[in-house]
Design a protein around this ligand. Structure first.
Ligand code: ADP
Length: 630
């Protein structure tokens, strides 16, 4: 039946196709998932390798910079002139005292060499006048005398004492002059400190006491200059002492001096090494080595080291960060993103190095783009598989339907053949055995003839169908009157089935306009099939009406019945070969499902068409529309 192949869709087949489609899709999905996972892992590994390479490059670059400084140590220690980077200082320690320094002059040094003090005996008689006898005049004279000494330190000590006497006598102007002379002695030591520093300090004190603020300020400026330009080798305590009054502004040299001060103990404790020290935003690095001449050390800011890093960092798209030994970040920033860390032990640098990708989102974007591409591809493949599965399912289902229809057809044809054959066998047996009464013999022969003609017609129909189906059917066309054609079909029917012929009503106008061109036998076959169906699918007493008319330039041959009718959903399908409709099963009518197919093909071969109007339960009207013969 029509509904069987379509509505009762073979669920098992459907399930099979769903499973067959789902299995590769799942496999594909799993594969895709694995590919994405591996891709991500590969990407991470690639990033890691990139970071490792960047870290190695940064380490190499920093190491190269420090090694270049270290290479200068032996020659600098040997007294050769070496090119130091800007803001760097070379210091040679002999024992634990600074023996020599190069580069930026520092405002103070750790552990400066102490100059030998002037013999106290030189001043004993003058000091006796000053302190014991309270004879300042004699003391002043004695000090003046000593102040002409050819030895700078003696002169300085004498001028110091001379000024002291003037101060005792409240001779400020003279004291200032004495200090001025003392200042002119510069580096000569007085009381262990450079004469100039001592003199300037005292002049500031005196001027302030005398209310000469302008002079005091000028003197302070001179003291500040003397302190900060590194003119004198003083230690930290001395520097701080004079700095109290001078308050010279913090200078880069001050920071460098701080760094040297901080490094100095390590230099003396360890034979060689590298170290870092930070003050505010200024980072210092120091390299040192014990040489035959003493401990040689270079201290410099890391700016010079870092300038070489900028380009590689931006080329490699990474950011770097340096932490000192306490874990404090002193340079750069690698953020909290995925990064790699190289400890000072691994790199041989005085810092812990962190390297991170500069733009993490860029690689995330690439991974996302690759994932989207893959998902797109997966969806496409899934769609293709689903569509292919669906179409294969439809095709297989259709083929199964056709196969089922064919087997139904074979069964139906066999059944159709059996009825006339059984009758013929029965009649032939009777005639063979001579059981028939002679008076009935003509009836038997007529029946035999009728059944063999029926069989013949059926075989011809099948052969015709075969030819039409394969497109081999040829048509002998000639003009004919459709009215006559219908009359012949009706006559033939009456001859075949005289019992039911009385149901047929005709409306055949005797006009000449119903002329068509076509193959008479084929067109009769088409009308006959429609008539047979109308008789089969309507009650035994219901009339069937055949009419011929002219409609819209065509000849219309209608076969109308008051039978079961045809529901809307099967009006198209019943024209397909082997397809039998609901009416066939409802009324238990035998058939092969090729009648309408043949009628439709014949009419189409005559450039016409077949119309169907039907009201389920009310009846159907099949109309053959053929072009009027020109
Ligand atoms: P068959 O009659 O051998 O089944 P057909 O091709 O002639 O094959 O008809 C196909 C189907 O169309 C029938 O099985 C029947 O269900 C339906 N049909 C055809 N003609 C009529 C009609 N006049 N009234 C109701 N149903 C019809």
């Amino acid at each position: 039946m029509i509904s069987r192949p379509l509505r009762a869709a073979p669920l098992r087949l459907l399930a099979l196709f769903v499973v067959l489609a789902i299995v590769p899709l799942c496999a594909l999905g799993w594969l895709g998932h694995r590919v994405l996972q591996q891709d991500r892992a590969l990407d991470e590994q690639r990033q890691r390798e990139q970071l490792e390479n960047a870290a190695a490059l940064i380490t190499r670059e920093l190491d190269r910079g420090l090694a270049a400084l270290e290479d200068k140590l032996p020659s600098a220690a040997a007294g050769q002139v070496v090119a130091l980077p800007p803001n760097a200082v070379f210091i040679l320690f002999r024992g634990d005292r600074v023996a020599r320094h190069e580069g930026v002059p520092l405002p103070y040094y750790p552990r400066v060499a102490v100059s030998s003090p002037v013999s106290a005996l030189l001043f004993s008689s003058a000091e006796a006048s000053e302190f014991r006898r309270n004879d300042l005049t004699a003391a002043i004279a004695a000090y003046r005398e000593l102040a002409t000494s050819s030895t700078g330190s003696v002169r300085a000590e004498a001028l110091m004492r001379l000024a002291r006497c003037f101060r005792k006598e409240r001779r400020t102007a003279d004291a200032l002059v004495a200090y001025d002379a003392l200042a002119a002695l510069g580096a000569a030591t007085v009381g262990g400190s450079p004469a100039e520093l001592v003199a300037r300090r005292e002049r500031v004190v005196l001027m302030r006491a005398a209310g000469d603020e302008v002079g005091a300020a000028r003197e302070r400026a001179l003291l500040s200059d003397a302190l900060s330009d590194g003119r004198f080798e003083v230690d930290r305590a001395t520097y701080d002492f004079f700095q109290e009054i001078a308050t010279s502004p913090e200078s880069p040299a001050n920071d460098l001096a701080g760094a040297v001060d901080a490094f100095s103990q390590t230099w003396l404790d360890q034979r060689s090494g590298r170290d870092t020290w930070t003050r505010g935003s200024r980072i210092f690095v120091s390299v040192w080595r014990t040489t035959p001449q003493g401990t040689a050390a270079i201290t410099a800011t890391i700016d010079g080291l870092m300038t070489g890093l900028r380009e590689p960092l931006s080329n490699l798209r990474v950011t770097a960060q340096l932490d000192d030994r306490t874990g404090r970040t002193i340079w750069g920033s690698a953020g909290d993103r995925a990064r790699i860390t190289k400890t000072a032990r691994e790199t041989g640098l005085p810092w812990t190095l962190h390297v991170a990708a500069a733009d993490v989102s860029a690689s995330a974007r690439i991974v996302d783009a690759r994932r989207n591409l893959f998902l797109g591809g997966f969806l496409l493949i899934a769609l293709v598989i689903a569509a292919a599965g669906y179409f294969v399912f439809l095709a297989v289902n259709r083929e199964l339907g056709v196969a089922r229809l064919q087997s139904d057809f074979v069964a139906a044809v066999s059944h159709e053949f059996r009825t006339p054959l059984t009758a013929m066998c029965h009649l032939t047996e009777m005639l063979e055995h001579g059981d028939a009464t002679p008076s009935r013999l003509p009836d038997y022969y007529r029946a035999l003839g009728k059944e063999s003609r029926r069989l013949h017609t059926m075989v011809e129909n099948l052969l015709d169908f075969g030819r039409m189906d394969s497109g081999r059917r040829t048509y002998d066309r000639c003009p004919m009157n459709a009215v006559e054609l219908v009359e012949r079909v009706v006559d033939e029917y009456a001859d075949r089935s005289p019992g039911s012929a009385n149901r047929i009503e005709t409306s055949l106008p005797a006009e000449e306009g119903a002329i068509v061109t076509g193959d008479r036998e084929a067109l009769m076959l088409a009308v006959r099939n429609l008539l047979d169906n109308a008789m089969k699918y309507s009650p035994e007493d219901a009339p069937v009406r055949l009419s011929v008319s002219r409609r819209d330039g065509t000849v219309a041959v209608s076969v109308q019945d008051r039978g079961a009718g045809i529901s809307r959903d099967e009006r198209h399908a019943i024209f397909s070969k082997f397809t039998r409709g609901r009416a066939a099963s409802a009324l238990n009518v035998k058939g092969t499902g090729i009648g309408l197919t043949m009628a439709d093909q014949i009419v189409k071969a005559h450039r016409g068409w077949l119309e169907l109007e039907s009201e389920p339960g009310q009846g159907s009207t099949f109309t053959i529309r053929l072009p009027v013969a020109s």
